[in-house]
Design a binder for this molecule. Structure first.
Ligand code: PDD
Length: 297
């Protein structure tokens, strides 16, 4: 193999499952894992960029909050988890990609109520590269979104693995030739996307995003974009905005660990502004990496 470039598809993928690093194709959990049966678990997705884990502290803080809200114990110490995360990234040679961390309440005979309190939670860590060129293409073209009525529970501030409404909404978006679905509340205000937070830029150049109360997930990218906006001198208003306001906005974008700030150019088939990615969105995206926390992978 010397002198040959290893293709992504030829690379051995390794994942971490409950104490072991295993070949990804053989990685599995027990059929009575409560994550599998009830969606009784939480997760985090961190971006890996240029060999750095982005905003790991904030992601692990949110993992801690999600676990606490659901009374699930840490599967190991926070320090040990960072070692496992780095090891999975290293073994998969991820330079630009993502790492997925999932903790469930554990394995127990099926019963709705919590099993015994000393149950060992399950831990899965998966890392993979992303196609940087494909992401660049998305940024260049911008994304299209559809709107759907909010039909999730009211604790979406917890990053739970129970994501069926998100799955169905995003599938509907795909079938409509779009890449994201926005959940809209009973008042016609945009909540967030199936896997991202929603933003608009007003005609005056003010960034608007919904307050991170219990109605949305407090995105880590969203939080860091507040730092980026402050640095670049943009004002942020935390308030709800309607679909009509978004359609008439100067710019629209979404944020998540895997997309950073990603332009939206169409809502329900209607172009936003001139139908091209906005310059403020792109400037936020450009500055993000420098301002975010970077931990060597
Ligand atoms: N999703 N809102 C929802 C419903 C999400 O699922 C996500 C992230 C976000 C953005 O959060 P953050 O900036 O911390 O990534 C908002 C991840 C990427 C996913 O499920 O793959």
């Amino acid at each position: 193999m010397r002198g040959e470039t290893l293709r992504e598809s030829d690379m051995p993928r390794i994942s971490y499952v409950n104490g072991r690093y295993v070949a990804h194709r053989d990685a599995s959990v027990h059929i009575e894992d409560r994550g599998f049966q009830f969606g009784d678990g939480v997760y985090e997705v961190c971006e890996i960029s240029r060999g750095f884990i982005v905003d790991m502290t904030r992601h692990l803080d949110r993992l801690d909050r999600s676990l606490t809200e659901l009374s699930i114990a840490w599967p190991m110490t926070r320090k040990a988890l960072t070692v496992v995360i780095r090891e999975v990234i290293r073994r998969n040679r991820v330079v630009d990609g993502l790492v997925y961390v999932q903790v469930t309440r554990g394995v127990a005979s099926r019963d709705f109520v919590f099993p015994r309190s000393d149950l060992q939670p399950s831990l899965v860590v998966i890392a993979r590269n992303v196609d940087v060129a494909a992401v660049a293409k998305k940024v260049e073209n911008g994304l299209k979104v559809i709107t759907v009525p909010e039909n999730r529970w009211d604790r979406v501030d917890i990053k739970s693995t129970g994501l069926l409404p998100n799955v169905l909404a995003k599938q509907k978006a795909k079938e409509a030739g779009c890449q994201e679905a926005w959940f809209v509340d009973a008042d016609g205000k945009v909540k967030e996307g199936g896997s991202s937070n929603a933003w608009i830029v007003t005609k005056d150049g003010v960034l608007v995003t919904r307050p991170a109360d219990h109605g949305i997930l407090r995105g880590i990218t969203r939080t860091t974009l507040f730092d980026v906006a402050a640095k670049l001198g943009y004002k942020i208003e935390e308030r709800g905005f309607s679909v009509a306001e978004a359609k008439a906005a100067r710019e629209v974008f979404l944020s998540s660990a895997t997309t950073i700030a990603m332009p939206i150019v169409e809502i329900d088939g209607q172009p936003v502004a001139n139908g091209h990615p906005g310059t403020i969105t792109l400037s936020l995206r450009q500055a993000f990496f420098d301002i975010a926390e970077k931990s060597p992978a």
